[in-house]
Ligand binder design. Sequence first.
Ligand code: PMP
Length: 454
Amino acid sequence: MSSYTLQPVDVPKIETKYRRIKTAIPVPESLPVILQLEKYEPRSMQGQPPVVWDRAEGFQVYDKWGNMWLDWSSGVLITNSGHAHPKILQSLRRQLEQKLISTYVFYHEQRAELVKLLTEDAPEGLDKVFLLTTGSEATENAIKLARTYGIHKGGEEKNIIVSFNNSFHGRTLGAQLAGGLPALKEWIVYLDQGFVNVPFPDGFFQEDTSFDIFLESLQKQGVKPQNIAGVITESYQGVGPFFLPNNYAKKLEAFCRENDALLIFDEVQAGFGRSGKWFTFEHYDAKPDLIACGKGISSSLPIAAVIGRNDVMDMYAPGSMTSTHSGSPLPVVAAIANIRALKEERLVENAAKLESVLMDGLKKIQEKHRAQIGFVSGKGLVAGMQIVKAFSKEGDKETAHKINEGCFRKGLLMFAPVGVGGMCIKISPPLNITEEALREGLQVLEETCDEILD
Ligand code: PMP
C-alpha cells in the first residue's frame, strides 16, 4: 500500500479563508502521537493522511499547531450536517445533564422519537426501525432478515443473497460474504454457497449496463430466481461512486417482486442527503423492502438502523433480535438533532445545488488529463475520479496516492484513495460546505493534478 511519509516536509505556507498550513507536514510535534498509535494499534488502522485531529467544526479540520484543512472527507462520509454541529452538541449536553446515557433495550423517550422520525422519510410501508451501532451491523441484520424471510416463504432452498461485484457492505462475516471484493474474503476460505455476486452496471468496468447481464450471470451460476431470498446493493457503489441506471433499478425491483425476494438498499454511505436526495435510491424508480443506514444518520456518534417492511421486521420474537447498545441515548439524541439540522438548514438541497459546481470542476480537470483520469462520476456532494494507467482501466494507485498527498499538503483533506486497488480519489465534503469553499477545493485539486499528471 502507498503510505504517507512521516518525514516532515517543508511545504509552502498557505493562508486562505478556508485553509492554513504554517508548519512542516506532518507536524514534527505530532509524530509522538502517531507513533504511539502505530505501536499499540494493529497496522490495519494506519493509512490515512498524517494529521492529528484536534478539533473539527463545520467543513474544516484543525490540528493543535495552527493548521486548518478544508475537509473533503466528512470523516468517512459521516458528518453530513458538518462536524460538531452546534445543535448536536446542545442535545448531547442536555442528555448528559439528564443523566441517561445507557439503557440497553429498556424503553426511553428519545428512542421512541427517533424511530418515528426515521420512518417519516422512508417509503410507505417501511414503518419499523431497528437501531444498531455500526453500518456493518445494519447490513448483517438486513441479510439475516432476508434469509429468514426467504426460508419462511420458500423453505431452506430459498436462501440466496445476491449482491454485486465491487460492492462493500462492511467488514463482519456476513457483510463480507455479501461484499464483492474477492481480496476481502480470502480469510473466510469456505465461502457460503448462498452468497452470489453479479456484475454491477457501473458503466466503467462493466460497460453493458443492461439488466440482461444480471439474469445471464444468475443463470451461469446456476441460481434459480425463486431461490433468491434477497438482493442487496449499495444505492451507489462507494468505489465509484457508481450509480445504477434508473431502468436497471426498475427492472431489479420488478425482478424482486416477481420472485418474492427482498430488495435491500445499503444506504450506510449514501443516505441522509449525500447524493442530493434524502436517500440515494430516490434517484431511481425503485422501492426497497429494507434500508440499511449508518454514518450520516447522526453525523457524529455511532448509530445505525435497518428501516423495513413491518412483516419482515416483526419476524423475530421479543428479545430475539436486539443488541446491547440498540438506541443508546447519546447517539439517539445526536441523530435526532442531525436529522432536524439537515432539514432546517436545507442541506440536502445544498448538496443537490452544488452538484453542478463539483462535477463541472472535475470534468474540467479530466479534460486536461484525459489519459490518466479514466472516469469521473458523482451526484450531490459525492464524487470520484478514477486514476488509471494511460488510457486504460488499470488503476494507478501510486498516482492517486500522490494526488491525495499533494492536496493534503496544501490544506485540502481527503481520506486515502479508495476503490478497486486504491485508484479512486473520493470527494465527500460535509453537506454544509459553501460554493466558495467548494470552488477553492477544486482549485487546489486542479493545481495538484496539473503538478502530478501529464
Ligand atoms: N455499507 C457501506 C455502503 C459502507 O460504505 C460502509 C462503511 N464504509 C459499511 C456498510 C460499513 O459500515 P461500518 O464501517 O460503520 O461498519
